[in-house]
Design a protein around this ligand. Structure first.
Ligand code: AMP
Ligand code: MG
Length: 342
């Protein structure tokens, strides 16, 4: 199939909406990463997403809406918990996905057989316009081949999925650059399943206690059942061996242990002090910038085939830093050197 690359004009978004209505697949920009969208109420259309991405069928999708009122209009949930309403009113439109008990209108392909559904209202104007024009909620995982990094430009989507999907709308570079925060309100206590652009601190300030799932920071034990199916799948990591180095003497450690096959994934401020090839992960203390830059840096590392080892700066884990750390530790296969322990 020939994949159309559309611009973000009204006419082209209208074309994309027609594709969604006809059961096709459209790559769409959101403020987190690009999503691969299909009509969320059409199981056959949703099934195509899994085929195009090579995504395991037991990994459920996020349903995107353009306004909170669409939860009732399309009857997406069997109950809308009070705390979910508070979060939706406070943080939507924005990078927060809320898991709630699903209604029977949600096709099994979307929920992957669970009795819950993940819902998000993105803030990107193109995504919202597309959902409105398609007159249906849009189910969308990240628009990459399973196993590659989530795409943050239309070009990334084209390079993974050209020929496998109907169209991509180019809406520029994604502002947040990491996937949405995921919180479940289908459990007794609210629980953070994936950190993202909306921080744990923000969630707590809105609804009080929020548990952090073990899988946010730690490798899942082979035998234990994950709270979210996506947690059990290998997350993207570059071909080079990425190792997180934790501690104040990061720069000395890297300079001492480096050879010509080594690189550093570091803060902007570290670059002049390092004697190896460097990849910029943003400014120290600016976690939003680090989130924005991380996936592009990982893609660049993969392009430098001569690099075998990458020593990554251990980011601070407060605020959006928790999301940066969560993605980086997966890219590193949970390999961390703590200099204080040496
Ligand atoms: P992606 O959009 O590719 O970033 O994937 C969406 C993430 O949300 C995956 O990790 C899913 O496992 C997770 N997810 C979606 N729906 C649910 C649900 N009903 N319960 C738990 N996790 C979910
Ligand atoms: Mg994904």
């Amino acid at each position: 199939m020939n994949t159309l690359l559309l611009n973000d004009s009204k006419i082209e978004i209208e074309k994309a909406a027609q594709i969604i209505k006809n059961g096709g697949l459209v790559g769409m920009p959101t403020e987190t990463v690009y999503g691969l969208g299909a009509d969320a109420l059409n199981g056959c259309a949703v099934a195509k997403i899994f085929k195009a991405k090579g995504r395991p069928m037991d990994n459920p999708l996020i349903v995107h809406i353009s306004d909170i009122s669409e939860i009732d209009r399309y009857k997406l949930v069997s109950s809308f918990p009070e705390k979910a309403k508070i979060l939706a009113e406070r943080f939507w439109p924005g990078p927060l996905t809320i898991i709630m008990p699903k209604s029977d209108r949600i096709p099994v392909e979307v929920s992957a057989g669970l009795d819950t559904v993940a819902i998000r209202c993105p803030s990107h104007p193109v995504a919202r316009e597309l959902i409105k024009k398609a007159e249906t909620p849009i189910a969308a995982p990240s628009a990459n081949l399973s196993g590659s990094p989530s795409p943050t430009t239309a070009l990334h989507v084209m390079s993974d999925l050209s020929g496998r999907i109907d169209a991509v709308i180019d809406g520029g570079v994604c502002q947040v650059g990491l996937e949405s925060t995921v919180i479940t309100l289908a459990t007794e206590k609210p629980r953070l399943l994936r950190p993202g652009g909306i921080t744990l601190e923000q969630l707590q300030s809105a609804i009080g206690e929020v548990e952090v799932d073990d899988a946010v920071f730690h490798k899942l034990n082979e035998n234990c059942k994950p709270s979210s199916p996506g947690m059990k799948y290998k997350h993207y990591s570059p071909k080079a061996d990425v190792i997180i180095v934790k501690g104040n003497s990061y720069i000395d450690y890297v300079n001492k242990n480096a050879d010509d096959k080594t690189a550093a994934l570091c803060y902007t401020e570290d670059i002049p002090k390092l004697t190896v090839k460097t990849f910029d992960m943003g400014s120290k203390g600016d976690m939003s910038q680090q989130a924005h830059m991380l996936f592009e840096a990982l893609r660049q590392i993969d392009k430098s085939t001569e690099i075998k080892t990458v020593y990554a700066r251990c980011p601070d884990t407060d605020g959006v830093g928790m999301a940066v750390y969560n993605r980086l530790i997966r890219a590193a296969g949970f390999e961390v050197i703590s200099l204080e322990d040496i």
